[in-house]
Design a protein around this ligand. Structure first.
Ligand SMILES: [Zn+2]
Length: 155
């Protein structure tokens, strides 16, 4: 089973458990996933892996915003285990990441490599990646970080 945080077209986010990634794709395409809040079946994955890191193994020429990623992490935030103050910090972190980093979605690993090689503009990015991809990036000296992607503060 894998866990995805998913989001309906109206912006509600909720937790979804799927047998595997292909199973999620199938269900999403078939509109078999329904938003518990509004019944919307137009579902997409919410970004789970912001990555703010620094690119290592390169002369620090300039302040280098680093690629950062969140391998779809087992959701620390699930089930109300997370203390409120910690959740609040993560919500602020999420807001900051969304404000200052480019969302590259599933292209995260590719984009992180391009930035590392100087083929892409150096900047902070976030998106989704698999734990295997994150490990591969790390092996290549590209630092990525995974943060629990909590729901936005409800206000
Ligand atoms: Zn909804």
């Amino acid at each position: 089973m894998i866990h995805y945080q998913v989001r309906c077209a109206a912006g509600h986010e909720f937790d979804g458990w799927f047998r595997d990634a292909a199973s999620y794709e199938r269900q999403a395409k078939a509109r078999a996933i329904e938003c518990p809040a509004c019944g919307n079946r137009n579902i997409e994955r919410a970004p789970m892996a912001p990555a703010l890191g620094r690119v290592r193994a390169q002369p620090a020429r300039e302040e280098a915003p680093a690629p950062k990623t969140t391998p779809a992490s087992p959701d620390v935030a699930a089930g109300g285990v997370m203390p409120d103050h910690l959740r609040a910090i993560l919500q602020r972190l999420r807001t900051e990441v969304e404000k200052t980093c480019d969302y590259v979605g599933g292209a995260f690993a590719d984009e992180a490599r391009k930035i590392h090689r100087g083929e892409s503009e150096r900047r902070g990015i976030y998106g989704e990646t698999t734990p295997a991809q994150a490990q591969a990036l790390s092996d290549e000296g590209i630092e990525v970080a995974s943060i629990p992607w909590v729901r936005r503060a409800e206000s």
